[in-house]
Design a protein around this ligand. Structure first.
Ligand code: GP9
Ligand code: MN
Length: 620
């Protein structure tokens, strides 16, 4: 009996820690209300607590208690911070946000009004624990040898780490880029629990910081600068400055792929309004999306900065603290007001922070719109675009307004809200549902464009519209092949389908034509520099109106110039038209090396914040 009592008292700190943390997380889960975090993440949560306990067991008695005490304190602080952040942003706190605390400005005062005195109850256990541990000190503890402690630690770790790994694996299978990009922290927490989620955040930050700390040589720095300078198209003449001083309205459409433009299903045009816009604009029909795992945010990043996205993770999360030479920043120097509109959670994709870095003065997110109608993920494109027009009407001119739609988001299953559109044999397939979704968005864009005309806005504006990335995943390729009449859907055919439309509309439908140049999202900004007659500096893309031969490079190292398509996945060159495999020639090899170099340069620019260095030199 005495032995059991001794054992229990000796290990009461371990038991208490486990119970207290579970109670706190349960309470936190109830307070947040959405999604029952603890319920859905009980096993990974228990495993993460067990990992902490395994480490504690390795320590000697006194240090063990101190360690657990400290862990309890850290977890309690994390819970309180998360709750307060969630009350305001409906998201979880992360290291990039903490590092950027000063960027949040008015949020600081909001936090004061959000904090509730009851939050301090998360510290209430200390009132009991401290005296309890003082009493426990007087007991005569059983002494466990280091070897025995090591064995216990090891056994707990094996069970806890494998349980945890299983849940990590399941989540990465379900949402492949979620853990590395952390674009939806609430969902990670729902699946893996609070401790794991913050652990991932810390790990990702450290990994990124370590790769950024490696110094870059002066020679490399200059080499990249020379490359950027050589890439600037000084001799641009076609349409130079035709949009000077005009408003720039740039619309990024969720999952708008090029194959729907001018296409019919069941005898009906899928996107009649965009087809009309295409016929009245410079329409680029060989324009590829170049996004990596950062999805929508990568499309924004490419289009606004003319830099490649990060090869893994998302530039919006990893390089939020860099200096950018973005469209908004340059237009601001020309007296433009800069605004961005997106009817979703303010912090999603780290937008609240990144938009500041990209020079947007005003960011209108979900909280600035009246959420009176929802379709798919959130506020309907109809209501969003209607409210956006109202905001545009009052904006200081000239303005740059960047507008990002939402309703046509994967998995396109909100069919009851897309309206009636018969997709014939594609009814009840993912492709059919996508067609319905994009038809809905097209209708809303049509009304929006009409309003811009009616309000007299179009005549003073350059309107750009493009798709962010693909809609149809590879596993649904059969339906798409059928729709496109492709008999043999192979890797090349699939790669050729990864295009999004890009249209530039000028007042009075001037300069309308279809432009077939092979191009990508990185080329938008330099093209706009020419049209708006603004400084084209340190950009990696090409001005599409003044370039004869353009090559588009994909984040995975594939590239095409419209004649040859190199696919990095199987390291093969193809003739673009015939699909024939080509042997590597010296020229092709040189091209491939040059393309990889360009990607590497972009990575170095981001890792070492080189635009800041070059900007300083330019100003000296
Ligand atoms: C939500 C949206 C989604 O704000 O932009 O991003 P995605 O999942 O398409 O990358
Ligand atoms: Mn998207």
């Amino acid at each position: 009996m005495n032995k059991i009592l001794k054992k229990s008292v000796s290990n009461i700190d371990i038991l208490l820690f486990f119970i207290i943390i579970i109670i706190k997380l349960k309470q936190y889960s109830i307070q947040i209300g959405e999604g029952y975090f603890l319920k859905s993440s009980i096993f990974p949560t228990a495993s993460s607590i067990a990992i902490i306990l395994a480490i504690a067991i390795l320590l000697k008695n006194k240090s063990r208690v101190k360690f657990l005490f400290l862990m309890d304190l850290i977890i309690s602080i994390a819970i309180i911070c998360d709750i307060n952040y969630f009350r305001y942003f409906k998201d979880l706190l992360s290291i990039p946000v903490i590092k950027n605390g000063f960027l949040l400005g008015d949020v600081k005062s909001s936090v004061n009004s959000i904090f509730k005195i009851q939050d301090l109850l998360y510290f209430s256990d200390f009132l009991v624990i401290i005296p309890l541990m003082k009493i426990r000190k007087h007991f005569n503890f059983e002494n466990i040898s280091f070897v025995k402690r090591l064995a216990i630690t090891f056994s707990i770790l094996i069970i806890a780490v494998s349980t945890n790994s299983y849940y990590f694996y399941e989540l990465s299978k379900e949402q492949p880029r979620l853990i590395s990009t952390m674009y939806n922290k609430v969902y990670i927490e729902k699946k893996l629990g609070l401790i794991n989620t913050h652990g991932i955040d810390i790990f990702n930050t450290l990994k990124n910081d370590a790769s950024r700390k490696m110094a870059i040589s002066k020679t490399k720095e200059e080499e990249i600068q020379n490359y950027l300078q050589a890439n600037t198209t000084e001799s641009s003449t076609a349409l130079k400055g035709v949009g000077k001083g005009k408003n720039l309205i740039m619309i990024q459409v969720e999952a708008l792929q090029n194959f729907v433009i001018n296409a019919k299903v069941n005898g009906e045009e899928i996107t009649p309004n965009l087809n009309k816009l295409a016929s009245q604009s410079k329409y680029f029909d060989n324009y590829y999306y170049q996004v990596s795992s950062g999805g929508t945010s990568d499309a924004e990043f490419l289009s606004n900065n003319s830099l490649y996205p990060s090869p893994s993770g998302a530039a919006y999360y990893m390089y939020y603290d860099n200096d950018y030479n973005s469209i908004a920043k340059v237009l601001k120097t020309q007296g433009y007001s800069t605004n961005v509109f997106h009817g979703y959670k303010e912090t999603f994709w780290n937008r609240n922070i990144m938009y500041k870095a990209e020079g947007f003065d005003n960011y209108y997110s979900e909280k600035d719109f009246n959420i009176d109608e929802t379709v798919g993920l959130g506020l309907s494109d109809k209501s969003f675009l209607n409210q956006t027009v109202e905001k545009l009407k009052t904006m200081d001119k000239p303005y740059f307004s960047f507008i990002i739609t939402l309703s046509s988001h994967f998995p396109f299953d909100d069919t009851e809200h897309y309206g009636d559109f018969n997709t014939g044999k594609y009814e009840n397939t993912l492709l059919g549902n996508y067609i319905k979704a994009i038809h809905y968005t097209d209708e809303q864009l049509g009304m929006f464009l009409q309003k811009l005309d009616d309000e007299g806005i179009s005549k003073d504006s350059i309107i750009v519209l493009y798709g962010d990335h693909n809609a149809i995943p590879k596993e649904n390729e059969k339906d798409l092949a059928d729709f496109m009449g492709i008999q043999n859907m192979n890797e090349l055919e699939w790669a050729k389908l990864q295009k999004v439309p890009m249209m530039i509309h000028f007042p009075s439908n001037e300069y309308a034509e279809v432009n077939h140049i092979t191009s990508g999202q990185i080329d938008l900004y330099p093209t706009l520099c020419n049209i708006l007659d603004i400084q084209n500096q340190d950009l990696l893309g090409s001005d599409l109106l003044n370039t004869k031969n353009s090559t588009v490079v994909f984040r995975n190292g594939s590239f095409t110039d419209g004649k040859v398509f190199y696919l990095s996945s199987n390291s093969t060159y193809y003739d673009y038209s015939s699909g024939e495999k080509l042997n590597e020639t010296e020229d092709l090899k040189a091209e491939r090396t040059a393309r990889l170099k360009e990607l590497e340069y972009s990575d170095e620019i981001l890792k070492h914040n080189l635009l800041k260095v070059y900007d300083k030199q330019n100003n000296n």
